[in-house]
Design a protein around this ligand. Structure first.
Ligand SMILES: *Cc1c(COP(=O)(O)O)cnc(C)c1O
Length: 433
């Protein structure tokens, strides 16, 4: 498989080069030259296939010969070694819980897959590669945990001081080993600006090898297809294909679902569930797209004004608006509706959603009202304990901390304070050598 840049100003590359580079040299996102079909019988066999086998079948056409079969099977097995249960919530709505990984967020799968691919590609390099990433909370934890202990890879994470939840901060700062957390006296935009500036700093880039680990990287994006396969594996075979609602920010997850659909997975319809950041729902209503400045919401992992992966969705459907609109309905859900949904679903069903899952629940419920013939699944992308400031006021109850987190929460926090100035980051990175 080869990947071309959506800007089409550079030559296509293989999976290895696309993973190492992250973004194409012309600034475009990499996109696969062909979308493989799932092998005959794959969908029918899903209920009996092991999760690692599903992941290998879905991903090996994308990886091609850049990773030997046995190694890719091992990477797949490690990336998905936790449960993905489909849990009924009402008689028409189920949820696929994607938060049983080490950082309690769905980004664990992509981060674990990417880290191991990068580790494989770096194993004969003498200079370690440094993953440099800015986080508003969730991404950094998944990246830190995914790359922990991977030989030949150093990780430097910038996060805004005082602006991540206590669980998230612990996941960034308490791991040690090859993970360094820089606690920036500023906000997320400062962190992102510093990282972008570092990647533009030719002199710094020539001193050592750097890469990013955000969702534009094909090795983080492509493995997310497996969630949709796991949902269908648990979907009763006598039922018509489900509608799937995806809480969306940068649209990597939803775009991966659309890839799986094009490869042959039976899904009736997709719901793009957004918060107030509604660039894509607005496009789906009007047919024209305009980037927006991001606004802060309760579902803060989706506060994205100009989603990177929207370009991939357009490409997948050859920019054909009628086709996209047939398959995808967008919703923009307010914070008031998000809170009310957390409260109402908890009171009526006993199920506790996190704010991102609640956005998807709200959108799915509305879609199902308009379409009485179908049933649906919403993706629960994070455990509610990661967002207590949104969940606890809505339900009036403290979210119990899962046992898996006790050990992490008891560890010592280690961070390095950084002023939000590029010279400070640059000096740190050069010294670290
Ligand atoms: C990152 C994230 C999202 C958004 O996923 P995208 O692939 O960026 O659309 C949704 N929910 C949670 C909890 C996240 O961390």
């Amino acid at each position: 498989m080869r990947y071309y840049s959506l800007n089409r100003q550079t030559e296509p590359v293989d999976f290895r080069a696309a993973t190492i580079a992250g973004q194409a040299p012309d600034g475009g996102l990499y996109f696969p030259e062909t979308i493989p079909r799932f092998p005959a019988g794959f969908v029918e066999q899903l209920p009996s296939l092991a999760p690692a086998e599903v992941a290998y079948t879905v991903l090996h056409p994308y990886v091609g010969t850049t990773i030997p079969e046995a190694e890719l099977r091992r990477i797949c097995a490690e990336a998905v070694d936790f449960p993905f249960p489909l849990v009924p919530v009402t008689d028409r709505i189920s949820t696929l819980e994607l938060f049983h990984g080490p950082t309690l967020a769905f980004k664990d799968v992509g981060a674990r897959f990417m880290s191991r691919c990068l580790g494989h590609f770096s194993r004969h390099e003498t200079k370690p590669v440094t993953v440099l990433v800015a986080t508003s909370g969730d991404t950094g934890g998944a990246v830190a945990s995914g790359f922990l202990g991977v030989p030949g890879v150093e990780v430097v994470i910038l996060y805004p001081s005082g602006k991540v939840s206590p669980v998230q901060e612990q996941q960034l700062t308490a791991l040690g080993q090859n993970i360094t957390a820089l606690e920036v006296n500023g906000n997320f935009d400062d962190c992102q600006r510093l990282v972008k500036q570092a990647f533009r700093d030719q002199e710094l880039m020539s001193q050592r090898r750097f890469t990013s680990a955000n969702s534009i990287n094909v090795a983080r994006w492509l493995p997310q297809q497996v969630y949709y396969c796991y949902a269908l594996a648990q979907w009763p075979s006598h039922m018509a294909p489900p509608v799937v609602a995806v809480p969306s920010g940068n649209f990597g997850n939803l775009c991966a679902g659309l890839l799986a659909y094009v490869s042959g997975l039976p899904v009736a319809h997709f719901v793009a569930a957004c918060n107030a950041n509604d660039a894509v729902p607005a496009y789906l209503r009007s047919g024209s797209y305009a980037a927006q400045p991001a606004v802060a919401t309760l579902s803060n992992a989706m506060d994205v004004g100009d989603p990177s992966n929207f370009g991939r969705i357009l490409e997948l459907f050859a920019h054909d608006y009628p086709t996209i609109r047939e398959l995808l309905t967008g919703y923009s859900v307010s914070d008031a509706d998000t809170s009310a949904t957390i409260r109402r679903v908890h009171a009526h069903t006993g199920y506790l959603t996190d704010p991102h899952g609640a956005v998807a629940y709200f959108a799915l419920e509305d879609y199902l009202k308009q379409h009485p013939e179908v049933q649906g699944i919403f993706l629960e992308t994070a455990h509610p304990v990661k967002f207590p400031e949104a969940v606890e006021p809505a339900t009036g109850q403290v979210v119990p901390v899962p046992a898996a987190l006790h050990e992490l929460l008891s560890r010592t926090k280690r961070s390095i304070r950084l002023e939000p100035e590029y010279e400070a980051l640059r000096a740190f990175l050069l010294e670290k050598r």
